[in-house]
Design a protein around this ligand. Sequence first.
Ligand SMILES: Cc1cc2nc3c(=O)[nH]c(=O)nc-3n(C[C@H](O)[C@H](O)[C@H](O)COP(=O)(O)OP(=O)(O)OC[C@H]3O[C@@H](n4cnc5c(N)ncnc54)[C@H](O)[C@@H]3O)c2cc1C
Ligand SMILES: *[C@@H]1O[C@H](CO)[C@@H](O)[C@H](O)[C@H]1NC(C)=O
Ligand SMILES: *[C@@H]1O[C@H](CO)[C@@H](O)[C@H](O)[C@H]1NC(C)=O
Ligand SMILES: *[C@@H]1O[C@H](CO)[C@@H](O)[C@H](O)[C@H]1NC(C)=O
Ligand SMILES: *[C@@H]1O[C@H](CO)[C@@H](O)[C@H](O)[C@H]1NC(C)=O
Ligand SMILES: *[C@@H]1O[C@H](CO)[C@@H](O)[C@H](O)[C@H]1NC(C)=O
Ligand SMILES: *[C@@H]1O[C@H](CO)[C@@H](O)[C@H](O)[C@H]1NC(C)=O
Ligand SMILES: *[C@@H]1O[C@H](CO)[C@@H](O)[C@H](O)[C@H]1NC(C)=O
Ligand SMILES: *[C@@H]1O[C@H](CO)[C@@H](O)[C@H](O)[C@H]1NC(C)=O
Ligand SMILES: *[C@@H]1O[C@H](CO)[C@@H](O)[C@H](O)[C@H]1NC(C)=O
Length: 397
Amino acid sequence: MSFFKYGSALLLILVAVGESLIIPRSTVPVTDYDVLVIGGGPSGLSALSGLARVRRKTLMLDSAEYRNQNTRHMHDIIGNDGKSSHLELSPNKSAGTVPAVFRYNAREMIAKYPTAYMKNATATSIVSVNNGSSFVTTDANGTTYSSRKIILATGLSDVLPDTPGVKDAWQRGIFWCDWCDGYEHRDQSFGILGSIVDAVGSVIESETLFHDIIAFVNGTYTDENVAILDKNRPGWVTELQGYGVVINNASIKSIDRIQDGAVIHNVTTDTEYDKFKVTLANGSSIERDAFLTNFPSIQHSTLGSSLGVEVYGEKMIVNPDSMRTAALGVFAVGDANSDNATNVPHAMYSGKKAAVYVHVEIEKEHAATFLQKREAENIHERMGHDLEDLWKRLSSD
Ligand SMILES: Cc1cc2nc3c(=O)[nH]c(=O)nc-3n(C[C@H](O)[C@H](O)[C@H](O)COP(=O)(O)OP(=O)(O)OC[C@H]3O[C@@H](n4cnc5c(N)ncnc54)[C@H](O)[C@@H]3O)c2cc1C
Ligand SMILES: *[C@@H]1O[C@H](CO)[C@@H](O)[C@H](O)[C@H]1NC(C)=O
Ligand SMILES: *[C@@H]1O[C@H](CO)[C@@H](O)[C@H](O)[C@H]1NC(C)=O
Ligand SMILES: *[C@@H]1O[C@H](CO)[C@@H](O)[C@H](O)[C@H]1NC(C)=O
Ligand SMILES: *[C@@H]1O[C@H](CO)[C@@H](O)[C@H](O)[C@H]1NC(C)=O
Ligand SMILES: *[C@@H]1O[C@H](CO)[C@@H](O)[C@H](O)[C@H]1NC(C)=O
Ligand SMILES: *[C@@H]1O[C@H](CO)[C@@H](O)[C@H](O)[C@H]1NC(C)=O
Ligand SMILES: *[C@@H]1O[C@H](CO)[C@@H](O)[C@H](O)[C@H]1NC(C)=O
Ligand SMILES: *[C@@H]1O[C@H](CO)[C@@H](O)[C@H](O)[C@H]1NC(C)=O
Ligand SMILES: *[C@@H]1O[C@H](CO)[C@@H](O)[C@H](O)[C@H]1NC(C)=O
């Protein structure tokens, strides 16, 4: 018995000596923040929230040029469609939440977490250190921030035609998606802008909301585009005829606002009454109440490509299971990533998903530093064998 006591005391001493000899093979880099989130739209805010909830020290930098900056209200984000009996979110009391109010509420609620930081600044460069084991981000003022991981929530920008009137009316009567703004203009006279190649798909999406549809294809009804449609959507001419859609191929000179739906609207029925005059190349004009557009969009920021994130078309390529890009330590979320989904629910979902994977990735790297210990435990084990020998010697009298 006394030998046993003596033996375990010796074991403890040797283990203690062993601990002090362990030098981890590698350590995690020490940085200002665990994570930098670039962009403060719904995807960036969602990523920040998910990281703040598990006490990751996270800074969100935002240059505040939101894709839906000028839209009257955003829609199809459950719980944020106006007319709540408890919260008045919309100044004009019509359906939908003003995007700035949505972001304000998000910021206010996230701000209570002590590890969540937000700054209004533009990130101008991000440099990967040691093959993505950490990053140094510089903002327009020259301030630098180091972090273990990067989440790019930088969004897309819409490339609008210079046709007079379009930029002014963009997001207010000339809208980008039926889910976003179609309902408020339902059953009104409707136009589709952009290439004929995209017009057919737009008709299919719009048919439950609009019946009087003109596709203003602005000279894109060419043999080349017809060949594309014949190949990809056989029967498209018959379909359009079936829906009674008129194709107008004339060049568009201007689209002038006649009436503003922000002023002339019915809050009881959630209807906005915009009105526009489309002037064609030959001087004739046609009136329409609302338009859906098919204009191109591009990455808002080049930070992704500077980090070596691959793109196809306009999207940063991610693994949809994790929102990881192929650049180590860099994640991409929201409109800008290759999920090819461009709406607020997707922005929030993808931001949340990246937050989970970033959190776990950082912690796995931390856990690996214990694995060094376990490697050192080889030493323990060796010592253990020695101890066993010692033990045998001590007890084999
Ligand atoms: C007219 C219009 C109406 C829409 N309406 C709806 C709707 O009703 N419902 C809906 O679900 N969706 C709607 N959408 C889509 C919606 O706006 C987008 O899906 C959503 O904004 C995507 O969020 P995000 O966070 O990816 O990007 P964004 O909201 O665009 O945010 C990106 C942010 O990153 C910032 N940023 C970029 N580069 C940097 C940098 N270098 N440094 C710091 N910050 C940077 C930008 O300034 C911006 O603030 C609409 C889109 C348009 C165009
Ligand atoms: C509210 O309505 C006024 C006009 O009545 C308009 O000027 C303003 O832009 C509207 N605000 C929003 C957020 O729609
Ligand atoms: C940062 O921007 C947000 C919205 O874009 C705004 O509400 C906030 O006041 C700004 N903060 C500062 C410190 O300028
Ligand atoms: C950047 O510098 C400008 C001008 O000095 C200053 O007004 C602004 O607050 C600074 N912004 C940030 C985010 O530090
Ligand atoms: C960076 O790390 C990845 C994955 O660990 C590895 O495959 C790659 O060879 C490394 N690149 C360099 C330049 O060290
Ligand atoms: C119409 O086509 C012309 C010529 O390609 C182009 O410059 C213009 O931006 C287009 N306008 C619209 C509204 O599509
Ligand atoms: C549409 O307009 C373009 C450009 O003016 C022209 O080349 C094409 O032939 C037109 N298509 C039809 C079907 O008239
Ligand atoms: C102008 O062009 C439109 C559409 O192509 C056509 O319907 C209209 O008759 C033309 N008007 C004149 C005056 O030529
Ligand atoms: C709004 O619509 C309701 C229901 O159709 C109608 O009773 C009301 O008069 C309309 N209000 C205005 C301002 O047009
Ligand atoms: C997104 O679009 C690209 C290009 O069309 C396609 O290759 C990719 O598979 C799409 N991604 C998803 C998740 O559907």
